[in-house]
Design a protein around this ligand. Sequence first.
Ligand code: SF4
Length: 189
Amino acid sequence: ALDGKIGPSNIDSVVKHMPLCMSQLHTTLRQKNHLKHDGRFQYGLFIKGLGFSVDEALQFWREAFKVTDDKFNKEYQYNILHNYGLKGSGKNYAPKDCKSIIANNPPANSELVHGCPYRSLRPEELVGRLKNMGIEDRMELNKITDQVKNTNYHGACTRVLELTHPGLKVEEVVQHPNDYFLKGYGWQN
Ligand code: SF4
């Protein structure tokens, strides 16, 4: 659907359309020039879903990690090729949906980066992130944290999509990070 419009050269300009699970991976990658394995897997499949070819993915990660080509080829290249079904089992992995991100392999305390932040962050941390996304309204913040308390992570995330894209009305709750992105990006482009 994105027809190759998004690639390594402009991904930073569309972070505002990403759900929090992916924008926090992107931001951490930019801050640390690194992501741990689970984060690389989650974010790597997400950008594949945005239309990154395998060559664009290799370019993106190589530039992001700022390591020598030798180190990159030895330590990271394999997993990226693997995501595209070009190594290992040959399985061409699809970007993960919310259900599997929420259910599988929740992050340990020391690495609250992959997974679903609505599930894994403490309420005050979540509110801090939401404020960084421009959501300041106390009533809205309370409604979102109430949804999270009731384990309605999809509902909370859907409301955040609407609030960060004024005028957008989302009929069905978000079930997939790439679907979240398409709705928000499509609304403003
Ligand atoms: Fe990501 Fe889905 Fe969680 Fe939203 S509900 S942050 S899209 S995993």
